[in-house]
Design a protein around this ligand. Structure first.
Ligand code: ADP
Ligand code: MG
Length: 653
């Protein structure tokens, strides 16, 4: 930073905005956005941040300018001159810091905002309130309402000089020295003609109440004194600063005493999500650690457009002082969709990523929180199945990720899993493993599942025939995350989870004995000849061809040879690897299938029959499609046409 020199200069310097910033500004200046009031929320949030930072600084640093000044924000309006002023006694900025913070893109939500705009543009969407509202474009949002903005600031460092930054948002800004003896930042906004409402105290009060009611420091607004009772109103027209925000640490109150509305507006101010949260967890603990927590799950995973934002994490307070924002170490990564506040009396103020390991306290808070979140979700599943279904749809992937990545989390989260199933009434019927276990057959020792990309495809899979016939439930795993999860989830309540395409299934005994030879079948000699022909045609593409003991109607299916990578892992490979190779499997063929019988008959009549080989090829490739592992199904078309041509010819004869 080239600060010393520029700070000594006496006349203002003109500097161009970074190109990206100018782009953001152009959009904001010309936006016909109805919720322009959020500019004030952004400026207040910056002021409150600056106050948090000076508070933190004062705890560790004795050398601070204006140590006695009240930590607060002061708002002043001037309708006649169409101005709004926001003053704080926060940490302040030097001239170099102003250039750095208010002229470059790296410093704010602006970068994300630009990306969102580009994304919306590509999709042909218009730039809506959502985009502006959700990104917290930060300081720059002031240009939605400002003709000109003046930022005068003085850093908390006693030796630093005051500076002033000024811009109309049109290409350039100026910075220079200022005469400001006291610590903090004063932002003066000359409002555009069409934004003069923001120079009215009642309007400003309303915005503070809506967006910043729970700020940790007082927000004062200069208002007219109400006429004093009885006396002649000699005070009329006089003004005074009145606190407008509530300034409560809601999380420290007793949940029984907090009104629903307060929770809701706290949530909205915390997350900037304008909807309602799906779930709230307001809890506290005394042992083994003391803390308060107020956590939320939003009702939509991507209310922020990009889904879970990069800077997820909890707001961490120690004795009501914000010590870390977006603190990621307090919850496991897979719970990153949870937002909220944790406040503990016991935490050291210098807590950081590095100190996590050496602060057993945090580990304790974390484990209590994880347990409470899990049981809160279980309660939700029990008490409000409809809401839980929404939760599962939006956030189920994170729970699966937890199971996949942290085996320790199994017992806490495994009962939250939901799957579609062969016994469900349709795509929207979701089962838990407990439900499955509760209706297993008497001799059933395994939990069966089938993997696939799509409910409709797998519900017709030949692998299911046996299970449907014998009324054994099979779970449908259609989420790409499922394959990852299965790598570490292989049993539930002592029952192994088994893929229905596993060659060595331990099927219920009573069902197996029922499996007596059905009527029509192919004589053994002919069937052996057919199997040999299959082997010849398919060669290296299969590990073996053999008779199926399980199929009833379908002609064939592919199963995994013993010792092969399971289908789940194969799917993971396919998702991760560009040079995917079709895994080799065993082709099982069904002696009772009409189609197989006809092929066998053709072979018996004439070993040179031209249709036999393409039929075998096609059966094999169709099975690949059913497994979801065909690299390019379109390649089958010429052969299908060849077979259709043959079929059409026979009809004509
Ligand atoms: P963000 O708040 O996301 O960092 P902003 O655009 O809102 O982005 O603000 C940019 C930066 O300007 C802040 O990070 C902060 O360093 C600085 N800043 C803005 N307002 C103030 C203020 N009132 N006091 C001190 N610094 C401020
Ligand atoms: Mg900000």
């Amino acid at each position: 930073m080239a600060k010393k020199k520029s700070e000594k200069e006496t006349s203002p310097t003109q500097i161009e905005f970074q190109a990206e910033i100018q782009k953001v500004l152009d959009i904001l200046i010309h936006s016909l956005y109805t919720e322009r009031e959020i500019f004030l929320r952004e400026l207040l949030s910056n002021a409150l941040d600056a106050l948090h930072r000076i508070q933190f600084e004062m705890l560790t640093n004795r050398n601070v300018l204006d140590e006695g000044a009240e930590l607060a924000v002061y708002l002043e309006t001037d309708e006649a001159h169409r101005t709004l002023t926001i003053r704080d006694t926060g940490i302040g900025m030097t001239q170099a810091e102003m250039v750095e913070n208010l002229g470059t893109i790296a410093r704010s939500g602006a970068q994300q905002f630009l990306q969102a705009i580009q994304k919306a543009d590509e999709k042909g969407q218009t730039i809506t309130a959502d985009i502006i509202g959700q990104f917290g474009v930060g300081f720059y949002s002031v240009f939605m309402v400002a003709e000109e903005v003046t930022v005068a600031s003085r850093s908390y460092r006693p030796e630093a000089e005051a500076a002033v930054w000024q811009s109309g948002g049109q290409g350039t800004y100026t910075v220079g020295p200022a005469n400001k003896p006291d610590r903090g930042t004063t932002i003066t906004i000359k409002l555009k003609e069409d934004a003069k409402e923001f120079a009215q105290p009642y309007r400003v009060r309303q915005i503070v109440k809506t967006h910043s009611d729970f700020g940790a420091f007082p927000i004062y607004l200069k208002e007219e004194k109400p006429p004093a009772e009885g006396k002649e109103d000699k005070d009329e027209g006089k003004t005074e600063f009145v606190q407008v925000n509530q300034q409560t640490a809601l999380w420290r109150e007793s949940p029984r005493e907090v009104e629903e509305e307060k929770y809701k507006s706290f949530y909205q101010q915390l997350t900037l999500d304008f909807g309602d949260p799906l779930l709230r967890l307001h809890t506290s603990a005394d042992a083994p650690v003391q803390f308060y927590a107020l956590l939320f799950v939003s009702s939509k995973r991507d209310y922020r457009i990009f889904g879970i934002k990069e800077d997820y994490g909890i707001k961490l307070y120690s004795r009501k002082i914000l010590i870390r924002e977006n603190f990621k170490e307090l919850l496991p990564k897979y719970l990153r969709f949870i937002e909220g506040v944790v406040d503990s009396e016991d935490l050291p103020l210098n807590v950081s990523r590095e100190t996590v390991q050496t602060t057993p306290l945090l580990a304790k808070i974390k484990s209590v929180l994880v347990r409470r979140i899990a049981s809160e979700l279980e309660k939700l599943a029990e008490d409000k199945p409809e809401t839980y279904r929404t939760f599962w749809r939006e956030f189920g992937g994170f729970i699966k990720e937890g199971i996949a990545t942290e085996p320790d989390s199994h017992d806490k989260f495994v009962d939250l899993l939901r799957f579609q199933s062969s016994q469900g009434t349709g795509k929207d019927d979701w089962m838990s493993l407990a439900q499955y276990a509760g209706r297993m057959k008497r001799d059933q020792n395994e939990i069966y599942y089938i993997l696939g990309d799509d409910y409709d495809v797998i519900s017709r899979s030949p692998h299911l025939e046996y299970f449907k016939k014998h009324d054994i439930e099979v779970l449908y795993l259609t989420d790409p995350m499922d394959s990852f999860m299965l790598v570490s989830l292989n049993e539930y309540q002592g029952k192994s989870l088994k893929n229905v395409d596993d060659a060595g299934l331990d099927l219920p005994a009573e069902e197996k004995t029922e499996e007596t030879e059905p009527e029509a079948t192919i004589p053994t000699g002919l069937f052996e000849a057919l199997v040999s022909r299959f082997r010849e045609v398919l060669g290296e593409r299969v590990t073996d061809v053999r008779e199926s003991k399980i199929l009833t109607d379908s002609p064939c299916r592919l199963v995994n040879p013993p010792g092969a990578m399971n289908t789940g892992m194969q799917r993971v490979q396919r998702l991760l690897d560009k040079d995917y190779q079709i895994p080799k499997k065993i082709l099982e063929i069904n002696r009772h299938s009409g189609l197989i019988q006809n092929i066998s008959a053709r072979l018996a009549a004439n070993t040179e029959d031209e249709l036999i080989n393409p039929l075998i090829e096609q059966l094999f490739e169709s099975a690949l499609v059913e497994e979801g592992i065909h690299p390019n199904p379109a390649e089958m078309i010429p052969r299908i046409q060849q077979l259709m041509e043959a079929a059409a010819k026979m009809q004509g004869m």
